[in-house]
Ligand binder design. Sequence first.
Ligand code: N01
Length: 491
Amino acid sequence: MIDVQIAIIGAGFSGLGAAVKLKQNGFDDFVILDRGSDFGGTWRDNTYPGAACDVPSHLYSYSFEHNPTWSRSYSHQPEIHRYINGVADKHGVRANTRFGTEVENAAWHEDERRWILDILRDGTREQVRAEIMIGAVGPLCEPNLPDIDGFDSYQGTIVHSARWDDDVDFTGKRVAVIGTGASAIQLVPELAEVVGRLDVYQRTAPWIVPRTERPYSATEQWAFANVPGYQSAVRGAIYAMNEVTAFGLTYSPRSLKPVELVCRANIARSIKDPEVRRKATPTFQVGCKRILRSNDWYPAIARPNVDLVTDGIASISETGIVTRDGTEREVDVIVVATGFHVTDSPVFDKIIGAEGRSMANVWDEIGMQGYKGSFVHGFPNMMLMIGPSTGLGHTSMVYMIESQLNYLVDYLKTVRAQGITRTDVTAQAQRRYNADVQHELRNSVWVNGGCASWYKDHHGNITTLWPGFTFNFRRITKKFDIAAYDVERRG
Ligand code: N01
């Protein structure tokens, strides 16, 4: 049995950020558990060719660890992965971390006022007992495999974009990619260069703006490192621009028109064939799903060795993919770029709260609800990082993570100062909070834009996204508001 004050599950951006803040504030008795072999979370796992971030580098990093040496205005996966591991080393949290450790389940034990986690490492089962648990697994960690007839019968190679297999050689092969989301539009142009033939199966065409990525010059990097305040000013400018433009767009259909025109011009400029152009043009309101950024997606699908297939997949055979018109296209490899289990993550089945119910069970009933994205009624002493209603489509998740870290630190300081043994957000506070969030969202393009997206839970509510300016989330997470919680104290 490993006894600790705090157990953090996940060593990605949010788990690492939590660990650094715990250390900085004198909470040294913690362990990080992660099934991978390194820090990085989604930036460790998503190694598909072309993987990159669509938030500018200087904003997509911790405010307490600026990185003057970003090589490009938008960073690619290897550089972000290196950055995260550099932060972990600098802050000395590797010693607190157990990699290769799968948390099989975590249950709140009322009699002990503890979370008990069953973990599996190198074939050995063990338990971790913690006063407080921080769930930092991230919303984009459990790959979603498409529910298509015959999927299991396919005899060729299947690769998910989030579990890339470097040993698969695509050279000259016949390849299918299922999906045209953020992952697919990055990997398709790379694959198109090396494969023999590429069939891209599109269910919904995405809206795509040009990507303004460029390398930073040595002079710029020097300035980031040496000119006082320069990097902060660049961060601030990107942040402000993202907030004002994207938030305005989200709530004002009229202001979305110019974005749509930019996207349409992008299509017209890149694709000459009218039929491919028609297929590539979305039919829902821009902004309803994440707006993607690419300069090479349209040129890629216009290539002679690439076929954009929009007939709809009927089934998968032993040798290929069959569309609804009966055509079978044989392929050697199927790449599934079909996203993640977000609102239905299997992780939720593994967390058992005070009434013996799993989080999946509770959320099945009420939808994916929490309080300030951080606590869930019935799950005492547990904080979720990037919990319900914290996701963004327009700016850096690291900003939201750091807001939650403020809340976490103030929560822990309150617990320490007041001798608190049990904290549970009240059902009433959670209900009110979620009613307010849904009210804020009612006029958003995510609700009214005529698309199906992973932003919605199975009740049809947008429970993944923060509805307002992100500085408002920073404001409401500044202080731990103990009045919203049922609290027990020692003695
Ligand atoms: O996943 P997605 P993703 N049959 O869910 C299709 C972040 N991210 O991995 O649109 C056929 O967006 C599905 O079709 P449809 C970012 O937050 C960021 O691409 O549902 N098709 C869709 O086209 C992003 O939002 C970056 O009709 C099926 C695709 O698969 C999130 O990760 C890069 C299907 C899934 O798209 C997820 O992105 C990468 C089926 N049965 C990821 N099931 C950057 O920062 C699903 N699809 C750049």
